[in-house]
Design a binder for this molecule. Structure first.
Ligand code: TRH
Length: 386
């Protein structure tokens, strides 16, 4: 008989390489495993300062603390193994488990299920590698590759159980949205205004795009997270700095520099905007769930390897979209990635806004069929001799 308690203890290891995507994904996953599956999750993180940007209440001085049922543990080297290793061990984004922990895993009477949670890609090979086992060269252990993705043969995307219902309720609730803008100290959207969020790695042509927006007949209100990417915008407005709260206007363009928001608030910002420019992995996925047109800037890779990923996604995403909006979308996304031709591609892109809006909802319906990553992961682990 299967023991219902078996497989309830999970350890999730996250090393913050750069930016916020790694911890952003791990924090969402950890929360969901606790909230929806009642699992006992320890989240080991080597950089609590980055984590604190997403979860402002986090105490960066503490070794262990609990948040929403997740035991958040500082991952220090040398790593002192807790009395028992977990039954499921997630190594996020090839972060390399501590050697002592690995040794403790190998010494377990019953081998833990060891998962290598990979980066997101729409490429076809992902489906072929998802779920593959790889034996450890020396230890009696085996790791399984678990790939997020967009097709039925992948692990799917992170999506909490009630997420889409909550999102729809928010978008249908005018008073709630008005409160949301007030809470951020932002004016209510003016009639006909295009309100957009802009989270990027920077783009050499952004000043030209700002000029284009400032001269457009339609008012544009751009919400820009604080940080490096906000500086060139400040300079364009003749300002030295881009402090959170700064508000600039030129012609028909207004820009507000936003403080880094708590992760759930950032989600709501995506839901509330008409258009979201996002980057990396996690904000990209969340912008899809917002059901609004989006523009993706990928994390740059050597020799532009990320462009293959961009094309793979574009091919999937535009399937079922009429040729003209599909072309306009591809033109703008490619221009934004290459930092060339952005202003030329903008009018076509925005002219197809309604078709892209409609498509955004259709895309969600397609993705729902794949199932969500946490559920797929739990099922996968259950199938691995737990
Ligand atoms: O920060 P990123 O550039 O992370 C990247 C990618 O994940 C990339 O795949 C990885 O290789 C690289 O890091 C090392 O972009 P991403 O993935 O969108 O993560 C940002 C996180 O920050 C996401 O969880 C949303 C969150 N966020 C907030 O919580 N509040 C905010 O105000 C903003 C702007 C973002």
């Amino acid at each position: 008989m299967t023991n219902p308690q078996r497989g309830r203890r999970w350890d999730l290891f996250c090393s913050v390489v750069d930016n916020y995507g790694d911890i952003g994904v791990c924090w969402r996953l950890a929360r969901q495993l606790v909230a929806e599956f009642g699992l006992e999750v320890r989240l080991w993180v080597d950089d609590l300062h980055s984590f604190q940007r997403l979860l402002p209440g986090l105490d960066t001085e503490r070794e262990q603390q609990s948040w929403l049922g997740v035991r958040v543990c500082r991952w220090r080297e040398p790593f002192e193994t807790e009395p028992s290793v977990a039954e499921v061990v997630i190594e996020a984004f090839a972060c390399t488990l501590p050697a002592s922990y690995l040794a403790a895993m190998a010494a377990c009477k019953r081998m833990p299920v060891w998962i290598n949670l990979e980066y997101l890609s729409a490429e076809a090979w992902v489906g072929e590698c998802h779920g593959l086992a790889s034996p450890h060269p020396q230890l009696p252990l085996c790791t399984y590759f678990f790939f997020p993705g967009f097709g039925a043969e992948t692990g799917g995307l992170l999506r909490e159980r009630e997420l889409l219902e909550r999102r729809r309720a928010f978008q249908c609730d005018g008073a709630g949205r008005a409160d949301f803008w007030r809470g951020l100290d932002l004016p209510q959207p003016a009639n006909g205004e295009l309100r957009l969020s802009l989270f990027s790695y920077g783009c050499a042509e952004l000043p030209a795009l700002l000029r284009c927006w400032s001269e457009s007949p339609r008012p544009v209100f751009c919400l820009l997270p604080e940080g490096r990417q906000a500086e060139p915008v400040a300079h364009w407005f003749g300002q030295a700095q881009a402090e959170p709260g700064a508000h600039w206007q030129r012609g028909n363009l207004q820009v507000r520099v936003m403080p880094f928001l708590e992760q759930d608030h950032y989600d709501r910002l995506l839901w509330a905007c008409d258009l979201n420019l996002v980057r990396g992995e996690d904000s990209f996925v969340r912008a899809q769930w917002a059901g609004r047109p989006l523009v993706w800037q990928l994390y740059r890779q050597q020799e532009n390897a990320h462009r293959t990923k961009l094309e793979a996604f574009l091919e999937r995403y535009t399937a079922g979209l009429a040729p003209e909006p599909a072309r306009a979308l591809c033109d703008f996304w490619r221009a934004w990635d290459r930092e060339a031709g952005v202003v030329t591609a903008w009018p076509g892109f925005i002219a197809h806004y309604d078709a892209l809006m409609c498509h955004a909802e259709g895309w969600i319906e397609r993705q729902k069929k794949v199932g969500d990553l946490a559920t797929n992961l739990v099922q996968f682990c259950r199938g691995c001799r737990l």
